[in-house]
Design a protein around this ligand. Structure first.
Ligand SMILES: NC(=O)c1ccc[n+]([C@@H]2O[C@H](COP(=O)([O-])OP(=O)(O)OC[C@H]3O[C@@H](n4cnc5c(N)ncnc54)[C@H](O)[C@@H]3O)[C@@H](O)[C@H]2O)c1
Length: 365
């Protein structure tokens, strides 16, 4: 792309793709820049950061894309069809709302917003205008998570009984959010993505600790009750000296173990478990006569493609804009995750008492 003498991107007669701007050139924004630039569906026109040197650095020395610290100029560009926001969560609502009001499609980094009411405002603003609002729930675009969702949908695991997830490492202690808001969006968005229709979280109980005196929870545990009696548990931790990324999903037929740090065998599906054969009449006495049997069948490790999730996510954003259909992780999916996070924060204040979710599942656009 060329720039005019005022530093604005010059209008080209034939746009190379959907004009897009990235806002926020800190840790994550440069990954969006790289993937939008690699995509033939988009033409990156602006990189915006309040600290212009970050915008310039995200683009690199030889880029002809325009760096700016003036968001209004980005929104005023009629060739910008979409804006991708990679700034801290507290700024998501204002930046996304301004873009939607300017008629732009919006991609927002996780979490969608800093609270449920703000998130709902964004969902409504997008729906009123017929614009795409997408949340970058990156993991949902990995081959592993897509495989897990398809396996559950096919009935291979049977009825879901439990999900147990660990996401711990020596993490950056964030200045603005606790470990639940920083790391749990990944796991909660995965849960939202893989659950079959008709199954949803109902309530959340959260426990947290701040053993280093950071002023916010650095270690967190979430327990979610799901419809049908299933349970999901998440452990997130910034203080773990070793990195662990595992999720176990137990079903009535099979159990799946996903170890994201094991590229040669990310997923293993075990035909192993416990079966219970109750007598025809279940009373306190016959309960003792129940037959417990242990299955110890095969373990299958499927071959998974290795593909950068952000690349797939960026293409899903383009498809949503071009077809006018909601992307897999639309604003409502983002809102369901924020619903759980906000309820978890309330539960933390209540010393871990379960808090019912405001409930948005089933109203997906
Ligand atoms: N999808 C993922 O896997 C993933 C990974 C990391 C972070 N994130 C998300 O990305 C977002 C950004 O996180 P980060 O770690 O890059 O933060 P960061 O603090 O490193 O960078 C944020 C940048 O935004 C800029 N900024 C702040 N307010 C702005 C405004 N009003 N206009 C323009 N620029 C502004 C800051 O100057 C900074 O450069 C967060 O929502 C975070 O949760 C997502």
């Amino acid at each position: 792309m060329t720039t005019d003498i005022h530093g604005a991107p010059a209008a080209s007669s034939e746009p190379a793709g959907l004009g897009v701007a990235v806002v926020g050139g800190g840790y994550w924004g440069p990954n969006l820049v790289r993937n939008f630039q690699a995509s033939e569906s988009f033409e990156l026109r602006w990189m915006c950061d309040l600290r212009i040197e970050r915008a310039q650095r995200a683009l690199g020395r030889y880029s002809t894309v325009t760096a700016t610290d003036d968001y209004a100029r980005v929104l005023a560009d009629p060739q910008v069809a979409a804006v991708a926001i990679a700034t801290p969560a507290a700024t998501h609502r204002d930046l996304a709302l301004a873009a939607l009001r300017a008629g732009k499609h919006v991609l927002v980094e996780k979490p969608l917003a800093a609270g449920y009411a703000e998130g709902r405002e964004l969902v409504e603003a997008a729906e009123e205008r017929g614009l795409i609002l997408m949340c970058d729930h990156t993991y949902c675009y990995t081959p592993a998570v897509t495989y897990i969702r398809d396996l559950i949908a096919s009935g291979e695991l049977g009825d879901l009984h439990f999900l147990d997830s660990v996401r711990i490492n020596l993490g950056l202690v964030q200045p603005d959010v606790d470990v639940l808001w920083d790391l749990a969006p990944h796991d909660l968005s995965i849960l939202d993505f893989i659950l079959p229709p008709g199954m949803a979280p109902l309530s959340v109980a959260a426990h947290g600790a701040d053993p280093i005196g950071a002023g916010r929870a650095c270690v967190g545990y979430l327990t979610l009750n799901l419809t049908g009696g299933a349970i999901a548990h998440f452990h997130v931790n910034w203080l773990s000296p070793s990195k662990v990324r595992t999720t176990m999903i137990g079903g009535s037929k099979r159990t799946l173990l996903w170890d994201d740090l094991n590229p040669t065998q990310r997923i293993a599906v075990f035909d192993r478990g416990v079966d219970l054969t109750p007598p025809a009449q279940l009373s306190e006495q016959t309960r003792r006569e129940m037959q417990i049997s242990y299955r110890s069948g095969d373990m299958v490790a499927p071959a998974l493609a290795e593909r950068e999730a952000l690349r797939t996510m960026v293409e899903a954003f383009a498809t949503a804009i071009n077809t006018g259909t909601p992307p897999p992780t639309d604003g409502r999916a983002g809102l369901r995750v924020v619903d759980i996070l906000e309820s978890a924060s309330r539960s933390l204040e209540l010393d871990g008492a379960p808090v019912a979710l405001q409930g948005t599942k089933g109203t997906s656009s």
